[in-house]
Write a protein that binds this ligand. Structure first.
Ligand SMILES: [Cu+2]
Length: 70
């Protein structure tokens, strides 16, 4: 899965739960993205639901998301 930062500020994307980031560790490979940057996560090969957040703004619901791997 590729994350694209279309915002004007940086974001630091990581798997839930915060701050351990242990549920879907492949998403932690995305990490810090400057404005305009993009990066692809590790391969998501196991069927499950992954949720993620901005590690620097972990309470911001607008920066949370869900990936359903089927
Ligand atoms: Cu975090």
């Amino acid at each position: 899965m590729t994350f694209v930062n279309n915002d004007s500020r940086s974001h630091d994307m990581a798997s839930d739960p915060h701050p351990e980031h242990t549920t879907c560790t492949e998403l932690n490979q995305v990490g810090f993205l400057n404005s305009g940057q993009s990066r692809t996560s590790g391969n998501l090969n196991t069927a499950r639901t992954c949720t993620y957040h901005d590690h620097n703004l972990p309470a911001n619901a607008g920066l949370k998301g869900t990936v359903v791997i089927q």
